[in-house]
Design a protein. Structure first.
Length: 425
């Protein structure tokens, strides 16, 4: 009898120990292409520091910055197809086709794995194929739910910029499939409710964090920034160049400002579709902007990015549309004077005359006036920079963002449910 009792206690003890070890919440963080690698990487690094959670980082190589995840000491999920991202830029078309094929096969592979071992939460950062009306991601998410996973979707854009209306129905299906949607501010939440009838209790607001700053660069360089070659003020417009970024409009405003006496140089830095870049160059020639505008049409490294921001006196965001701006969150990290369009999304962070000058998109005269004003007044630049520094202090850290995200997961998958699954196992 004593030995039976001892055995029973031993089995019970083993089960309790197993439950204790297995209570960690398992999360698949998904950004397979990847589309927002720096956001995903910062969030994943923060989640790894949270107790009671295991994160599987489902990403492939980011072609523009192939060592990013390795530098940040993040271990990507094994077994994913990941060859196309290593192809040279000269094989751009082949690389794109290869990444598409890999993406679909990786979704299939994850679906098979989830059939036997579903994570508690599948957290999706982007669904890029929805922009092409391809249903593979929606099928994958439906299978994940069928296998028992809760779905979290981070809404970086309410709809794709530049072509969003024709994708409205496709994104509506994603929004109504998710168990919880993360928005970065009230404006995005309100749009989800108004435009897609998403229930308020399925939306969580978790702010976007800084992506880079002058204090967080990993490999500071002694290479002098562009400004050391000239005493002219430097105005910087940086980021992936797409139509909604408003570069042609900015060039027209720049021309008007030059004609009114502006003395500064404009740097437009970033990569984009060849046709868009050529159009911008042709616009600059047609406007006869000469040496006042400099183009660096390529993906710049984090180190180079830091030098550009450090050298800039003024940052500009002439966007026609935006939900969340990673470029703005980068700019905030450097606390420089900002001129931006008065979009509702920007006004969640930027306040006119406090930490930025805001002017309507398309109003060349207003933008020219704002550029001249901030360029000619060093005290104004300093005041706006200080206002942005005050805003920066209020920006949550990635640890705080990860903590809020982890709390969201725990709301979706309470400890009781995880313990039930353990007992069944």
């Amino acid at each position: 009898m004593g030995s039976s009792s001892t055995y029973a206690n031993s089995v019970l003890g083993c089960r309790e120990a197993t439950a204790s070890r297995a209570r960690k919440l398992r999360v698949c963080l998904l950004d397979l292409l990847p589309t927002v690698p720096y956001y995903t990487g910062h969030l994943c690094a923060g989640l790894h520091k949270q107790s009671g959670i295991e994160v599987s980082l489902c990403v492939t190589t980011y072609s523009h910055d192939r060592t990013f995840f390795k530098r940040t000491r993040l271990h990507r999920r094994r077994g994913l197809l990941d060859f196309a991202g290593h192809l040279p830029a000269s094989l751009k078309s082949l690389r794109r086709a290869g990444k598409l094929v890999e993406y679909i096969f990786n979704l299939i592979g994850l679906s098979v794995h989830f059939m036997f071992s579903p994570p508690d939460v599948v957290h999706v950062e982007f669904v890029p194929l929805m922009n092409y009306s391809l249903p593979f991601e929606r099928w994958f998410l439906k299978l994940a739910r069928l296998f028992g996973s809760k779905l979290v979707y981070t809404m970086h854009n309410v709809l794709p910029h530049d072509s969003h209306q024709r994708h409205r129905r496709a994104y509506a299906k994603i929004y109504h499939l998710a168990d919880r949607i993360i928005c970065h501010d009230e404006q995005a939440r309100n749009r989800l409710i108004a435009e897609f009838s998403v229930e308020n209790d399925r939306i969580s607001i978790i702010p976007h964090g800084e992506l880079f700053s002058d204090k967080t660069q990993e490999n500071p360089s002694s290479t002098p920034p562009p400004k050391t070659e000239s005493k002219e003020l430097v105005v910087l417009c940086q980021g992936i160049i797409r139509p909604y970024k408003g570069i042609p409009f900015l060039l027209h405003a720049w021309k008007a400002a030059l004609q009114t006496g502006l003395q500064a140089s404009l740097w437009i830095v970033g990569t984009g579709e060849e046709s868009i870049l050529r159009q911008i160059e042709q616009e600059a020639v047609a406007l006869d902007l000469g040496s006042s505008v400099h183009f660096d049409f390529r993906f710049v490294s984090i180190e180079e990015l830091s030098r550009y921001y450090q050298s800039a006196d003024i940052l500009v965001y002439p966007y026609s549309d935006i939900t969340t701006s990673g470029a703005l969150m980068t700019g905030i990290g450097y606390a420089k004077a900002i001129v931006a369009t008065n979009l509702t999304a920007f006004e969640q962070t930027l306040q006119h005359e406090h930490n930025a000058l805001l002017a309507p998109y398309g109003d060349v005269a207003e933008w020219a006036s704002a550029l001249i004003r901030v360029a000619s007044d060093s005290h104004l630049r300093a005041r706006l920079a200080q206002g942005l520094q005050d805003t920066r202090v209020l920006t949550p850290t990635w640890s705080e963002i990860a903590s809020e995200t982890c709390h969201l997961y725990e709301q979706l998958v309470p400890a009781r449910r995880r313990e039930t699954h353990i007992a069944q196992d």
